[in-house]
Design a binder for this molecule. Structure first.
Ligand SMILES: [Zn+2]
Length: 136
């Protein structure tokens, strides 16, 4: 069973290239210095059209999460965790949470990005408990 793969566009290709290289890339506005996610053609804060891709710290905190207990197919074995992560740079992104038991996740937990290789071309950004938090 294979997962449903994202289809990069000209707009999102830098994001997926970064993920393959182990970097969570965000667009940053040259006019107002705000970051945004997901990729857009203009800044969601000021409407400016001058956006530059930058590597984020990959660090954030869990804003909310849910535990999915029935996967949609064998390619998505349950239980798994879907989380909203507030990135250090500001944007909130939905992602998977890995390397943690569903019953031990708490809102506010610090997390860091890691990448799940879904295909030869797609590495999916997911999050795990931050190392300094777990002491590993
Ligand atoms: Zn802006």
């Amino acid at each position: 069973m294979t997962r449903i793969l994202p289809r990069p566009t000209a707009l999102s290709q830098p994001y997926w290239d970064g993920s393959r290289e182990g970097s969570l890339r965000l667009q940053c506005c040259d006019d107002c210095a705000q970051f945004q996610f997901y990729p857009r053609v203009i800044c969601s804060h000021c409407g400016g059209a001058n956006l530059t891709w930058q590597s984020s710290s990959g660090k954030g905190q869990i804003a909310s999460f849910t535990v999915v207990r029935k996967g949609i197919s064998a390619a998505y074995p349950a239980p798994y965790i879907v989380a909203l992560v507030d990135l250090e740079e500001g944007p909130r992104m939905m992602s998977g949470l890995v390397d943690v038991a569903p019953d031990s996740v708490k809102i506010g937990d610090p997390v860091e990005v890691t990448f799940a290789e879904w295909s030869d071309t797609i590495s999916m950004p997911v999050f795990r408990p931050a190392r300094e938090f777990t002491g590993e």
